[in-house]
Ligand binder design. Structure first.
Ligand code: HEM
Length: 481
């Protein structure tokens, strides 16, 4: 009998540090994963492997590998694997956009959201809402002239109220509300923290049903409040006698997204709620951390802040408040936003990707179901791609327009990811962040509280935050208020 030897070569896994039996590399993991992974990539190269409990984790730290994952093999890698238990709870069983696998239901939900809410016409239809919320925010800051303002919180609540109004027509402001914006802010933050926190039950599937750290039960508890909020907004919308799809306010007719969603027979109520979780949690923490980092960098670089204010004077004029239409003409402010997203990408590792089948990347085998992180934080600081990468220099984006393409075509710059899983909220994020930032700079002069030193250190989580919230003191710049 002739035994034919297999000629197929077994591809190796990427290199990586040796771990211990059973737990793998878990005992050596440092809390700031983005910088820890960047350190490991200096030793093991642009693709390396860690064994975290029973899970294989692959970390990508270069533009060419990011391109292979997010473009070349995008169909395979545009899955999420087993989502963290907290994410599963928060998204009604991963039937949302962010944690669902790449499947027909996911594609439909993404398409509906992008086409109806994020299109130019969808966003134009609710411009008045965003403008009103920005005015509310300015009113609040005028009321705090001379006292410290928590910049991240200010942006968080502005985005939260604008978003809920765009979604279902009412904001969460007002003392007489059952569930207020501050309460929801707490829940959103808790849920995002729980999704980002290391959970032993996620890494050892045999432990999953024991919920060792109680992460799953905490997420369930927080979701009760969210669900109550959604139930009341969906319920009242369904009962609304004006369910024909229009809400009249001050004689104006405005539409909201829920009215449209309820008419889609292809979507279940659970999918609609899961989508709301995505939009609220996807928009608030990311946008608020971006504005907070931008303001922190501007306070650190007064000459850049002065240049931004000068541009505002020229484009907007000192007798006007900033409208969204102005923001496209604010080239320097746009460059400030891009530089902020480069140095402080709000999702430093994107969301986890996971191949639906074992796949080969430059000779390395990436096992089906492994967790793949793209360390955009490290890619954005690569000295081979960026001159003086650690310095805050918005001008770099003025000189070269293509450098700042954040829609996923430049693999050295991926603050919103790329490919099938690219962020669905880019148009809204861009509008809201620029609009708020422009108004904060145009209306007020900002200073740090007496004796306070600016701390630019980071705290890792799914969303990369400032370790200390930025407090800054406004004084009025303009005579209009
Ligand atoms: C500065 C603001 C924002 C930043 C930096 C940001 C960044 C990102 C990133 C990096 C991803 C993951 C891409 C990947 O996994 O490869 C993502 C996904 C996502 N973002 Fe954003 N985002 C922002 C604002 C928003 C807003 C305003 C919304 C909602 C209106 C939103 C909704 C989502 C959703 C639903 C996903 C999941 C997409 C999917 O898995 O198919 N984001 N975002």
């Amino acid at each position: 009998m002739v035994v034919k030897k297999s000629t197929r070569r077994i591809q190796p896994l990427p290199p990586g540090p040796r771990g211990l039996p059973f737990v793998g590399n878990l005992p050596f993991i440092e809390p700031d994963l983005h910088s820890y992974f960047a350190k490991l990539s200096q030793i093991y190269g642009p693709i390396f492997k860690l064994q975290l409990g029973r899970k294989v984790c692959i970390v990508i730290s270069s533009a060419p590998f990011a391109k292979q994952v997010l473009k070349g093999h995008d169909a395979i890698f545009s899955n999420r694997g087993d989502p963290p238990a907290a994410a599963f709870q928060a998204t009604y069983g991963a039937i949302d956009i962010a944690f669902s696998p790449n499947c027909p239901e996911w594609r439909t939900l993404r398409k509906v959201f992008v086409r109806e809410m994020m299109s130019n016409s969808g966003l134009d239809a609710c411009y008045a809402i965003r403008q009103e919320e920005v005015k509310e925010m300015l009113k609040e800051v005028y009321g705090k002239i001379g006292s410290p303002v928590n910049i991240g919180e200010l942006m968080f609540l502005t985005t939260l109220n604008a978003t809920t109004r765009m979604l279902w027509g009412t904001s969460l402001r007002g003392k007489d509300r059952d569930i207020g914006d501050v309460q929801i802010r707490h829940v959103v933050r808790e849920i995002i923290d729980l999704i980002g926190a290391p959970n032993i039950s996620d890494l050892f599937p045999v432990l999953a049903r024991f919920d060792v750290q109680g992460v799953e039960s905490k997420a369930k508890k927080h979701m009760l409040l969210f669900d109550k909020l959604f139930e009341s907004s969906i319920g009242s919308r369904m009962k609304d006698e004006l369910a024909s799809g229009e809400e009249k306010k001050d004689g104006k007719v405005s539409k909201n997204f829920l009215q449209f969603l309820l008419k889609q027979s292809s979507l279940s109520i659970h999918q609609i709620k899961a989508l709301f979780v995505d939009v609220i949690s996807g928009s608030t923490d990311t946008s608020s951390t971006t504005v907070e980092w931008a303001m922190a960098e501007l306070l650190q670089h007064p000459e850049i802040m002065r240049k931004a204010c000068k541009e505002l004077e020229q484009v907007v004029g000192n007798d006007n408040i900033v409208e969204e239409v102005h923001t496209v003409k604010l080239h320097y402010l746009n460059a400030i936003l891009k530089e902020t997203l480069r140095l402080h990408p709000p999702l430093p590792l994107l969301l986890q990707h996971s191949p639906s089948t074992t796949c080969n990347l430059s000779g390395y085998s990436i096992p089906k179901g492994s967790i793949v992180y793209v360390n955009v934080w490290a890619i954005h600081r690569n000295p081979e791609a960026w001159k003086n990468p650690l310095e805050f220099q918005p001008d770099r984006f003025l000189k070269d327009g293509e450098l700042g393409d954040f829609r996923g075509n430049n693999f050295n710059y991926l603050p919103f990811g790329s490919g099938r899983r690219v962020c669905v909220g880019i148009p809204l994020a861009e509008k809201m962040v620029l609009h708020v930032l422009a108004n904060l700079l145009h209306h007020f002069k900002w200073n740090l509280p007496e004796g306070m030193k600016l701390d630019l250190s980071e705290k890792f989580g799914i969303v990369l935050k400032k370790s200390e919230p930025l407090m800054a003191i406004p004084t009025a710049r303009l005579s209009i208020s």
